[in-house]
Design a binder for this molecule. Structure first.
Ligand SMILES: [Zn+2]
Length: 156
C-alpha cells in the first residue's frame, strides 16, 4: 500500500505539479470504530476538513485516493476548499449569517467537491493499472450514478 500511495502522489506531482502537503492520512484497521465517533457513522471512510485528515480502511486503495488525494488536495489547493477548512475551524465563533452563508456556499459547491474526488479516483486507479479496483468501486451502489455523471462530464 505504501508503495502505491507514493506512486499515486508522484503521478499527481508529475502531471499537475501538486501533491498533498498538509493533509494527514490515517489507515484504520477498524474504521467503524473511528466513524462511530463522527457525524457520519455509516460512511466507509471520511475526510475531516477541520484538521485536514483523511481516515480510510487500511486495505482500500480507492477510498484512500478519494479522501486523501481527492478531498485532501481540493482543500489544500482550491479557494473553496480552503474556505471550507477555515469555516469548519471557526464554526463555533460564527454568527447566524456567517453559518447561513457557509451552508449556502457548500450547498452550491458540494457537487464539485465530490466530483473532483471521484474524478481523482478514476484517473489515478487507471494510471496505476488498478482497473479492477475501479470496477468494484463503480459497482458499489449509490456511487454508480455519480460516476456515470462524472464520466459524462469528462467527455463533454
Ligand atoms: Zn467524498
Amino acid at each position: 500500500m505504501q508503495k502505491l500511495i507514493l506512486e499515486a502522489s508522484d503521478i499527481l506531482e508529475d502531471k499537475f505539479k501538486i501533491k498533498p502537503v498538509r493533509t494527514r492520512l490515517f489507515l484504520h484497521e477498524d474504521i467503524n470504530k473511528f466513524l462511530s465517533q463522527t457525524r457520519n457513522p455509516h460512511a466507509r471512510s471520511i475526510f475531516l476538513p477541520r484538521n485536514l485528515s483523511a481516515h480510510v480502511p487500511q486495505d482500500r486503495l480507492d477510498l484512500l485516493i478519494h479522501e486523501y488525494l481527492g478531498h485532501g488536495l481540493y482543500c489544500e489547493q482550491t479557494p473553496y476548499g480552503q474556505r471550507m477548512v477555515e469555516d469548519e475551524q471557526k464554526f463555533e465563533s460564527m454568527n447566524q449569517d456567517e453559518i447561513r452563508e457557509a451552508l449556502r456556499l457548500h450547498e452550491q459547491l458540494k457537487f464539485v467537491f465530490e466530483a473532483h474526488a471521484l474524478w481523482t479516483e478514476d484517473f489515478l486507479l487507471r494510471k496505476l493499472k488498478k482497473e479492477e479496483v475501479l470496477e468494484r468501486r463503480i459497482e458499489e451502489s449509490l456511487l454508480k450514478k455519480l460516476f456515470k455523471y462524472v464520466t459524462i462530464l469528462i467527455y463533454i
